[in-house]
Design a protein around this ligand. Sequence first.
Ligand code: NAD
Length: 494
Amino acid sequence: MASRSTAKSGSGKKTSSSTAASAIPHGSQPFLQSVNHYFDKAAQHLPHSKGLIEQIRVCNSVYQMQFPVRINGEIQVIQAYRAEHSHHKLPCKGGIRYADSVDQQEVEALAALMTYKCAVVDVPFGGGKGGIKINPKNYTVDELERITRRYTVELIKKNFIGPEVDVPAPDYGTGPREMAWIADTYQTFEKDNINALACTTGKPVGQGGVRGRTAATGRGLFFSVREAVNDSALMKKLGMTTGFADKRVVVQGFGNVGYHAAKFLQEGGATVIGIIEYDGAVVNPKGIDVEALVAHRNATGSITKFPGGKTIKDAASVLELDCEILVPAALESQIYKENAPRIKAKLIAEGANGPITSHAEEILLKKGVFVMPDMYVNAGGVVVSYFEWLKNISHVRFGRMDKRFEEGSNTRMIDTIEKMTGKSLTMSERSIIARGADEEDIVNSGLEDTMIGAYHAIMDTLRSSKKINDMRTAAFVNSVNKIAESYLQLGIFP
Ligand code: NAD
């Protein structure tokens, strides 16, 4: 029998599929309830009519499906979903999650967050989300491929996928491999559609993906936190100095988002003192070498027993470690009413979707914790997915048309300056200055610009209102206002 599945880690290397963490341990508050609570809190600050607010809040369509797949010679009936929260802009956009916890309220909550997220970072899509209720650890790669392809066929049958209607991406438990299977299946059915590859994003580069997508969410998180730690007014309010030098970071979830977030924060100068996984945590007050931890997990299948830190069996307790920045980047509802009072971080950057329940957030805000909301902090993935979609429908790689031209212009400029000053640059100085931007440079620069712009737009709303006291509400206000604007232009809402 084929061995059970492995999943790709953020580093792109094979790891044991820890994506399988089963139930969310403290889902006493349903995720959708939390998201709607945040929405309602922000709606109080908006001037729009009740009907318009309700139209923005509700999920426009949900497709719930059951389909048979042969597993180990037996038919297994698989349960799956795709939710399209908002059609105010098309296509809908949002990941596909493979987890035991998947249910209808979860995909609806995640789809709603996608709508608000796209609007807050000016990505012209509606929100969507899909999920298959499986633990990928329990399936072989062949079985996962069969499940993924069958799920895609179900979506095609109901017009819940396509470059113009609904474009999935990776999420918890899925990655470029699954996106390649989906795109391949879609192309088989839509063989005359020249844009068929744009039916998913997060694909491998060789299959129409864009350079920089895999790291995009963690990189975007880094840009958002960097803006916050360089915001002198905010740092003063939190009793910290600006910059990363004195920032101790704890990251929960060492998958795509958590690994890249930890890596970029460490490269930026912060000290990563704790990394939490579902089967244990690693702690080192002097700093954990993030790349060495990846290598250790690749070799052993777990982050535990890492020689560069102390293993803590009660992993969740590490969320409560004394630190400046906490990055929950695993799953929703990890910080809840019961553990919120014990959280010591001064700033929390939500890498995961919905890691803090609304009950917990009230407690954190009262304690003076600054919460940077998921809809902004982890938007890097959808920003770069948007770039991938643009690349697929324009059929040209970013930088292909202008890289050499840019290099030629830069070289002529250097030649002129050298002639005028009589001084010469070394060859390596010349090549650094003359170099034209390639695809990854353009993608990362677009991402950086988007994250910086959105930070200041949200903080402007927060600082200019006497009634709004937290960044999440400010982000919701900005986002819902933009969505309302597009509905108001239809002329049907008062
Ligand atoms: P992933 O599957 O690559 O990684 C998740 C990691 O969390 C895994 O290593 C898993 O073992 C670990 N984990 C699970 N339960 C845990 C627990 N209780 N404690 C500690 N660790 C635990 O998934 P991902 O793509 O990194 O997604 C993580 C979160 O980020 C999800 O909420 C997802 O919706 C959100 N998100 C992902 C992206 C993206 O581009 N991948 C974009 C935006 C938001």
